[in-house]
Design a protein around this ligand. Structure first.
Ligand code: NAD
Ligand code: UGA
Length: 441
């Protein structure tokens, strides 16, 4: 059993801390957000993440997990301190490191015994060395410490499963002994552990996210070509995926990638590359294609409905992906903003994210369920592929719409079935556009 402190109790910190506690460690989780910590003490989760609440409750009860806002208390017995604070997009696309700096300074000020600082936040290459400098500068008296980079690869919506079943653990440090001690913590997860230098570990994280984003933009480009040529991208992706060198994952075309990570991380990598004199052409193309995917939805709606001014458009799914309440860089809401700017009335429904939407996007008229959402609207846009949407009674939905038009931005539905119900249906890259129809006479 080890004493672990996590700094920042968001998606990464709460999941990491809770799951390490579940592995038998003693964990203190700290955040500067007092409401968040107060709520957690009362069992109220700050995020929606399947399975997390039960594990938090179990470990709090077993006294392996507790929450605080007090750095001195949190670090009193700490052997390992995981930095899990946000690294949002800065003004020029760079990673904004202000929270990392604040965390490093706060740790340094109360550091009175040796500890290993493990950085889990996604940070630009070189940040590990910078954190070590900040800590040295702010320590009241010199206390030895090591910095280890341990990038996080979990996905929202499956974060607990991802923690317990990682594909690999990457550890970067100039201090091999410290890296080995962090490796010991991860042994119960039985995944390959790769130990490298700090900068390489930091780069592995950006390269991994950028590669996954590239796959998505690649398949979206193929989808657009499929539309022009009358092929079906879902089957194209399936056929490609059987090649073991390609694989089936991350080949779903749609409205482009969103979320708090891919958009900012691809941008931050391109920024780093440019600042250091290289020209990241591919990354720019990946970002350009991604933005265009959102606009494609608007173009399809205009094609089907004409001027969108005064039309009512229903958006099914508002979170950036299914199984989360996270609306950061949600493609659904970017589409909502474009529709709003064009004078359309925008309605929305989401199983988990509506509270956040109500606060941040007051122009979106929220519905209690998908059937209310569809009432008298001119089109439905499927923007987030929640599993429960698959089982909706589409005849009932079509029955209450003003016009039976669906733009399925996630290729969730069977086109033929919807057409049989009288819908005009447009998916993404599925050959149901003019090209295919005119080819077939
Ligand atoms: P988040 O916004 O959900 O949580 C960050 C938390 O840090 C907040 O609760 C905030 O109050 C707290 N915080 C900020 N400054 C602090 C300070 N000085 N001291 C203590 N707490 C502080 O962020 P997140 O989504 O968990 O992401 C954290 C990092 O992990 C980012 O770098 C992100 O890129 C990376 N990451 C995120 C995911 C993901 O799925 N969300 C996955 C892998 C990596
Ligand atoms: C992503 C990575 O998958 C994680 O490995 C990483 O740890 C995390 O970013 C991070 O660094 O924060 P996440 O953003 O939670 O995780 O979600 P993903 O499942 O990767 O989806 C990202 C976006 O791409 C979503 O908008 C999703 O709908 C979209 N997507 C995903 C597609 O459009 N097509 C696909 O085939 C897959």
């Amino acid at each position: 059993m080890k004493n672990i402190t996590v700094i920042g109790v968001g998606y990464v910190g709460l999941v990491t801390g809770t799951c390490f506690a579940d592995l038998g460690n003693r964990v203190v989780a700290l955040d500067i957000n007092e409401t968040r910590i107060e709520n957690l003490k009362q069992g109220i989760m700050p995020i929606y993440e399947p399975g997390l609440k039960e594990i938090v409750e179990r470990n709090v009860k077993a006294e392996r997990l507790r929450f605080t806002t007090d750095y001195a208390e949190a670090l009193r017995d700490a052997e390992f301190v995981f930095i899990c604070v946000g690294t949002p997009e800065g003004v020029d696309g760079e990673a904004d490191l202000r929270y990392v700096r604040m965390a490093a300074e706060s740790i340094a000020k109360v550091m009175d015994h040796e500890m290993i600082i493990v950085n889990k936040s996604t940070v630009p290459v070189g940040t590990g060395d910078w954190v070590a400098d900040i800590i040295r500068e702010h320590q009241p008296r010199p206390v030895p410490f090591a910095v280890v980079s341990c990038p996080e690869f979990l996905r929202e919506g499956s974060a607990v499963r991802d923690f317990f079943n990682p594909d690999r653990t990457v550890l970067g440090s100039t201090d091999k002994e410290a890296a080995n001690r962090v490796a010991q913590l991860h042994l119960p997860l039985r995944a390959p552990i790769m130990i490298t230098d700090l900068r390489t570990a930091e780069m592995i994280k950006y390269a991994s996210n950028a590669f996954l984003a590239t796959r998505i933009s690649f398949i979206n480009e193929i989808a657009n070509i499929c539309e022009a040529l009358g092929a079906d991208v879902k089957e194209v992706a399936q056929g490609m995926g059987y090649d073991k060198r390609i694989g089936h994952h991350f080949l779903e075309s749609g409205v482009g990638y969103g979320g708090s990570c891919f958009p900012k991380d691809v941008k931050a990598l391109a920024y780093m590359a440019q600042v250091h004199g290289t020209n990241p052409e591919l990354l720019h193309a990946v970002m350009g294609i991604n933005q265009m995917q959102r606009k494609q939805i608007i173009i399809k709606l205009q094609d089907l409905l004409g001027d969108l001014n005064g039309k009512t458009i229903a958006i099914l799914g508002l979170a950036f992906k299914e199984n989360t309440d996270d609306i950061r860089v949600s493609p659904a809401l970017e589409i909502a903003e474009m529709l709003h700017a064009l004078g359309a009335t925008v309605r929305g429904y989401d199983p988990a994210a509506m509270d956040h939407v109500a606060r941040a996007y007051p122009f979106v008229q929220l519905a209690a369920d998908p059937y209310e959402l569809a009432q008298a609207c001119d089109a439905i846009v499927v923007a987030t592929p929640w599993n429960e949407f698959k089982g909706l009674d589409m005849a009932r939905i079509g029955g209450v719409m003003r016009q039976k038009v669906m733009v399925d931005g996630r290729n969730l539905y069977d086109a033929e079935r919807l057409k049989a119900l009288g819908f005009v249906y447009r998916g993404v890259g599925r050959g149901y556009n003019g090209a295919l129809e005119s080819h077939n006479g």
